[in-house]
Design a protein around this ligand. Sequence first.
Ligand SMILES: [Zn+2]
Ligand SMILES: [Zn+2]
Length: 289
Amino acid sequence: MKNNFGTKRPISLQAKAGERLIKQFEFGSESSLADVEHLDSLKNLKYLLTSAHAPQDLGELRLNIASEEDDYRDFSISTMNNFIDSISDFPNVRKINMHFPPKRWQKITQTKGRVGNYSIMIDSIIKIASYAAKHDILLVLENLNSYWWDNQLSDGVDLNEVDWETKDEAFGMSPEEWIKICEDVSSDNVKLCLDSSHVCTYAHRFPPEQREERVMSFLKKSELIDHVHWSDNYLFDLRGRKDSHLLVGDGSLPLQFHKKIKNLDATLLLEHYYDEAGLLKELDYIKKI
Ligand SMILES: [Zn+2]
Ligand SMILES: [Zn+2]
């Protein structure tokens, strides 16, 4: 059954779009509940929130559920479990979106958990998923950025000159690894969240003629995708190395990519909000494609 916008499942807005717009279009909503000062302003949205974004950092430190350091890994896992507990105040949140842990995170501020191990990560996700299952929560795993800016690469650096093996990176950035993680976890309540703006920062690691193929590869196992962070970004110019989160239709991700996202059997969060005029323009674009 398709809705007014022609999508299979509901569209959501970020909580910052406000109660009026969310109600007007009968949208769902997503917010980061990690942000405590945010919680008060979310009280009004108590019944409108349908998904929640789990925390990634603790101050300057990135959490790392893939760390070989037992204490820090266990602490990172319990931070996720506490977050799952905290959403019990929001009865319609049935889905938590989670970022992957670092593979390498060498910043001076990262005093613990600088390195991640793939199989430790898989075990940790299984543990968090089984905790989430007790709360009837689905965990969706979000593909991450290629961090051009966090690695302080100069704006115009030639992509062939970057030695990515030495740069900070999280798991689940390439489509192949992102899909494999979900398959290796193999839990009923673990699926994928596709972030289309992050896809673009990754595709920029490749020459322009290969980028469309890299982007479309994220849809190879579309049955595993249950949630989308839908935004546009610049596929062919340097601005696309940043996580631009443009209105859908304002960037240069392939039209075919947007069409396939629209037809996914997944909840679709427009992961940006600028103003009402922008939202209406974007909804019109989505309706027409
Ligand atoms: Zn995210
Ligand atoms: Zn996202």
